[in-house]
Structures are given as C-alpha cells and as structure tokens.
Design a protein around this ligand. Structure first.
Ligand SMILES: *Cc1c(COP(=O)(O)O)cnc(C)c1O
Length: 467
C-alpha cells in the first residue's frame, strides 16, 4: 500500500515511512492511494475474534508490503494487553438502539490509547529495524499528550516533547503527562490555546532544517497510523450489532476530526455505516459547516469537554480531499485560502455530499450536564462530558429507521470528575492503577507562545538525537 499527500506535492510513501513522517513535506496529510474494501463474507469472518486479532486483520491492508501480518498481530496483542478490560473496547447498551463503545480502558483512560499504545510498538519496531531515532513532537488539548507519553515512555529510540496550553487541561489530564518522569519525556506548558500549540507544532514541521536536525515525528491525529488504528473498533462494534447484514449509525464527540474520520474509513472499506453523527461543544466549527457550509474560525472557548476545545479540525483536510474527488490542487488551494481568510471555501456540491452522510449537533455545557444526569438517572450509566455529547448528538439525529447507534465513549468518567459530580452527585473514583496520581511529583516547563522559545526547548531536550 502506497500513501499520497492531500496536497499532491510530496512523493508517495509506504506505511512505515508515513508512520515516521506524520505530516507530508508539502504540508498535506497522507491517505492511502486506494481504499481497501472488504466483502460481506470477509466482514463476517471477523465476527467473534478477540479484539487484537480483529485489529490486526482490519489494519493489514494498510500495512501491506511494509509489515507482515504476523508482526502486526504480535504488536496488537502487546498493545492491548495492558488494558483494564478483557474485551479491550466493550460495547455497553444504554438505551434501546443506543450503545456506548467504551474506548477508555487503556492506561490514560481516554480513547487515544486505542491508537497510541499500538503506535508505541510500531515506532519501536520500525526504528529498531532501521537503526534510527526520532523526536516526537505533539500538541495536546489534554488526552493526546498523555496517551503519547504512556505509549513512548522509556523507549530508547524516542524522545517525546509535548506542548499543552497552560492551565487549559484538567488537572487529571495535566498530571497524567507531567508526572511521567522518564528521561525521554518532556512537557512544555505554552501560554496560549490548544490551537496555538498546534500551530507551533506545524511551524516546527514546516521548518525543514529544524525538522531534519531533530528527526521530528508526529503522533497527533494527523498521523495516518493513528487513524488506521482507530478503524478496527468501529468494525468490532458494528459486527457485534449485526453488520454487515444490518446497517448501523455512529456518533462521535469530535475535536480534530480524527476519530470520526476513522469511522468514515470503515464505511469506505465497505462497513454499512449509514450515518455519521458529529457531536461538538460550543466550539462548533464542524456543526456550523454541516448546517450552513460555514467553516469559519472563531476563537476557542473553554468548555466542560476540553479535548474538543478546538477550532481547526486538522483531519478535516482528508475528508475535504475525498469530497473534492481527490484533487490535490483544489485541496491545497482550499487549505491555503482557509489559512489566509479563516474561512474555508467548500464548493456547494461537496458540502451537499458531506451533509448526506454527516449530521452535526452542538451541545452547550448546561445540556452536557443535563445529559450526564439523564444517562445516570435513566440507565445508571456514568458518562464523562465528551461521551455525553456523543449520546446527546446521537439522540438529536437518531435514524428514523431504528437502526442501532454506536456512540464513541471517549473518556472514563473519572477523568472529568468535577462535571460528573456536578451532574449526578457522584464523584467517580480513579481506577486503582491511577489512585495516587495527585500525590506524584510533576515536571514541566512554562514557555511563551513563541516559535523560537519552543524550538530552543525542543533542541535542548532532543540533544540525545543529534549525532
Ligand atoms: C481527543 C478526544 C476527542 C476528540 O477526538 P478527535 O479525534 O480529535 O476528534 C474526544 N473526546 C476525548 C475524551 C478525547 O480525548
């Protein structure tokens, strides 16, 4: 399988090289040159497999020619062995035709572990094979950073530098990052928003000499391998609910558009997902796009679901490329104008096509609390604020045909205990493996929102990388 850039100016690459590169040299995102498709019989053959086996089988076409299936299976087995639930991603019914796909049983209690734990193994394997090292640089609104840190801590060939917006992550989220004192882990608290952090990371990648010198690599959701690793759980849930012989719908609380894009990929591979619902908080650029073709940047406002406090959803570029019939010139031009004007000029036909499949719903903080309260009252289900946005959006766009809706339950309620307690009166305890989190020592560096300062810090931390 070869990968092409959405902007068409970068050479095609294989899976390993896309994994290490993250972003393409032309600023675009990698996508498979063609989509693998599974027949109904091939989907049925995956029913009942343990999660790691199913994951390896679903991902195999993406790694074809780059990783053999047995190696991939070994990695999915090790990646999911440390999860706190034998089903890896249990599917829990919360109402008639409404199911929570619990993606938060990994080490950091959020769905990003599903992909990141596997990425740690993928990086290790590929770097060892090549005798190379990398500096992983990432921006996080909370959960990506801790997931990357947990996946890469103490790995010899990897340095990790994570930027988070100072004071804008929950305390649990911050501590999950800053209490990992491994020598290869470095946390930078940037005086700015998540989008500022994301811009700094992009700027470092666009600084070619710096990128080369540091052997920069990304594990945020622009990395194709992460999207690929998020496809299997939609397959797992859909098969459990009767696919491919019965269609399903999916509802995803969305920030960077990575998780919902993975559901789109599953559909593109032939899984009968009839509808994709996007849940947002007050940072509603995607729902405004779906409602009125208004993809315009407004300031980021903090909410009860901080992992979705994002105004520019980086992975949307991949869908845009598909909506524009894979025209890289049109994609690059649209992205350039978005960057310049803060408004994305999506052609009407492409927008209409998007709205036939995607449905958006924005949920206020008050409505999020009400939803958490309701789920607890009516189904004894404790949901975190992100998951509650997913169930609220699912309810707003329930398919008339009565097909089952899978909600991506993206965080453990104990990760956002204040909101859950406010809504239900119950303060969900951290699982035993994290019970002493608030007593652990923290380490991080506060920096201004300035590229020079951040590059200097990365250079300092990545010293072990320069030869
Ligand atoms: C990252 C995250 C999201 C948003 O996922 P995207 O892939 O960025 O759309 C939603 N909920 C939680 C808990 C997250 O950590």
């Amino acid at each position: 399988m070869r990968y092409v850039s959405t902007r068409g100016e970068a050479p095609s690459r294989d899976f390993q090289s896309v994994l290490l590169a993250g972003l393409a040299e032309d600023g675009g995102l990698f996508l498979p040159e063609s989509w693998p498709e599974f027949s109904a019989a091939e989907w049925r053959a995956l029913r009942g497999l343990p999660y790691p086996e199913l994951a390896a089988r679903v991902m195999a076409p993406f790694a074809e020619g780059s990783l053999d299936p047995a190696t991939l299976l070994g990695m999915t087995r090790r990646a999911y062995a440390g999860f706190g639930h034998l089903a890896t991603a249990p599917l829990v019914q919360i109402e008639p035709q409404l199911f929570a796909l619990e993606l938060f049983h990994g080490p950091t209690l959020a769905f990003k572990d599903m992909a990141m734990q596997l990425l740690g193994h993928l990086f290790d394997h590929v770097l060892a094979e090549r005798g190379e090292r990398v500096t992983i640089v990432g921006a996080t609104s909370g959960d990506t950073g801790s997931a990357a840190i947990e996946a890469c801590r103490d790995r010899a060939a990897i340095d990790v530098v994570i930027l988070h917006p100072e004071g804008r992550t929950s305390e649990v989220q911050r501590r999950q990052m800053t209490t990992v004192l491994s020598p290869n882990i470095h946390n930078l608290a940037v005086q700015g928003s998540f989008d500022d952090c994301q811009d700094l990371v992009k700027a470092m990648f666009n600084d070619a000499p710096f990128r080369q010198e540091m052997q920069l690599s990304a594990v945020n959701s622009i990395n194709w391998a992460r999207i690929a690793a998020q496809v299997p759980y939609y397959v797992y849930a859909a098969l459990a609910l009767g696919a491919p012989d019965r269609p399903v719908a999916v509802s995803v609380p969305t920030g960077n558009f990575g998780n919902v894009l993975a559901a789109w990929v599953a559909r593109r591979m032939g899984l009968p997902i009839e509808r994709l619902v996007i849940g947002a908080n007050r940072n509603d650029i995607l729902t405004r796009f779906l409602a009125a073709n208004d993809m315009s940047v407004q300031g980021v406002a903090p909410s009860l679901s901080p992992s979705m406090d994002i105004q520019v959803s980086s992975n949307f570029e991949r869908l845009l490329f598909e909506l524009l019939d894979r025209d890289p010139v049109a994609t690059a031009d649209t992205m350039r104008r978005f960057r310049a004007d803060g408004r994305m000029p999506v052609p009407d036909a492409a927008w209409k096509q998007a709205t036939t499949l995607f449905h958006g719903h924005a949920v206020s903080d008050e409505a999020t609390l009400e939803e958490i309260r309701r789920l607890h009252r009516d189904s004894m289900y404790l949901a975190d604020p992100h998951t509650a946005i997913g169930t609220a959006a699912a309810r707003a766009h329930r398919p008339e045909t009565g097909i089952p809706v899978i909600v991506a339950a993206t965080a453990h309620p104990a990760k956002f205990p204040d909101a859950v307690e406010k809504a239900t009166g119950i303060r969900p305890p951290l699982p035993p493996r994290l019970a002493d989190l608030f007593a652990r020592e923290e380490r991080f560096t506060v920096l201004p929102n300035a590229l020079e300062a951040v590059e200097a810090a990365v250079r300092g931390h990545a010293r072990r990388n320069s030869r």
